[in-house]
Ligand binder design. Structure first.
Ligand code: PLP
Length: 359
């Protein structure tokens, strides 16, 4: 029996996708072998790969002057790969600090050039996003990097920064495909797959053509976006099974009505959960209301001695992985696309029941 999984990542996958993968596991489309056992250069796998790319392009209306790359190394590798590709030999870039993931990106990029932290949420204790009027962008930045959704802290931009003619670079690991996004506003988008795309092991990069071919002379071949682009993300063996499974998720998303439908469903899910938190005496979420994440909702109990009984009771009711990140404490409910509204309903009902007993 499948339970409700609120894990931040690797996260829940749509049950229908897992069922298709199971049905096709040992014999993909009557070919007598599994996807895991195919050459990545076979007609069969190339058709799987191309279909996945096309479906992602359709879902996000990705313009034709962008490449979609299916890479490895996780979003964390992008923290280095981005400056190696975009900073040039001695460049600088602007970064916005809104939490743990943007700080990791800043730290890594600082190894490759001058990084100007153009704005920081530190003065808001990372509970709010600094408005664009507080940003101090520099004239010579090669690009501007930000993290639209901070998976751990639970803040999310509900607006796209205006950065003039600079390429805007965004880590969309935990909010890609959760609602419509105007890709044309960005130079580069990247996401580790294991939240809203598919299983771990795959990283999706969407990059505008004019940003290719600028890699540092010492950039490893494997990390050069233009090499990946020229080779259809198959310069070496790609993570074939993760790519295939992500393709199934894209098809599932299309069948649900695409990102517009996800926006409606995710909107309803987050409204219900925040209403339950805000309407209670026991639970609280400290994030500035306009900056609250739709995907990752941290909340605390008024007395942290209740954390353990809360988690035990949740598990007894089939509500998994609600423990907050170790750096934040409390609880966190990650409610990505594959987490159904019924899961939020069950969580909200349990929270009310627990508050009645312990509040
Ligand atoms: N960026 C964000 C916003 C994340 O949520 C995560 C993972 O949780 C990462 C980066 C790191 O991703 P990976 O584990 O794929 O390197």
């Amino acid at each position: 029996k499948r339970l409700f999984n609120f894990c931040a990542g690797p996260a829940a996958l749509p049950e229908a996708v897992l069922q298709t993968a199971r049905d096709e596991l040992t014999d993909w489309h009557g070919k007598g072998l599994s996807v895991m056992e195919m050459s990545h250069r076979s007609d069969e796998f190339v058709s799987i790969a191309e279909q996945a790319e096309q479906d992602l392009r359709d879902l996000l209306s990705i313009p034709s002057d962008y490449k979609v790359l299916f890479l490895q190394g996780g979003a964390s590798q992008q923290f280095a790969q981005i400056p190696l590709n975009l900073l040039g030999e001695d460049g600088s870039a602007d970064y916005i600090d809104t939490g743990i993931w943007s700080r990791k990106a800043i730290e890594e990029a600082s190894r490759y050039g001058h990084i100007n932290v153009a704005a920081s949420a530190r003065e808001y204790d990372y509970f709010a996003i600094p408005g664009q009027n507080e940003w101090q962008l520099s004239a010579d930045a090669a690009y501007v990097h930000y993290t639209p959704n901070e998976t751990i802290g639970g803040v999310e931009f509900n607006w796209i920064p205006e950065v003039g003619d600079k390429p805007l670079v965004a880590d969309v690991s935990s909010d890609i495909l959760s609602r419509p996004l105007d890709v044309s506003r960005f130079g580069l988008l990247y996401a580790g797959a294991q939240k809203n795309i598919g299983p771990s092991g795959l990283t999706v990069v969407i990059v505008r053509d004019d940003l290719l071919g600028k890699a540092h002379s010492k950039c490893p071949t494997m990390l050069d976006y233009s090499v990946a682009a020229q080779n259809g993300s198959m310069y070496n063996t790609p993570p074939t099974f993760a790519w295939y499974l992500s393709g199934l998720v894209f098809q599932w998303l299309k069948a649900q009505g695409g990102v517009e439908a996800m926006e409606r469903i995710n909107g309803a899910k987050q409204r219900k959960l925040y209403a339950a938190i805000d309407g209670s005496e026991l639970y609280s979420n400290p994030i500035n209301i306009a900056d609250r994440s739709w995907m990752n909702i941290p909340f605390r109990l008024a007395d942290d001695r209740l954390d353990k009984p809360f988690l035990v009771g949740a598990e007894e009711r089939g509500l998994l992985n609600l423990k907050g990140h170790r750096s934040v404490g409390g609880m966190r409910a990650s409610i990505y696309n594959a987490v159904p509204e019924a899961a939020v309903d069950a969580l909200v009902a349990y929270m009310a029941e627990f508050e009645k007993q312990h509040g």
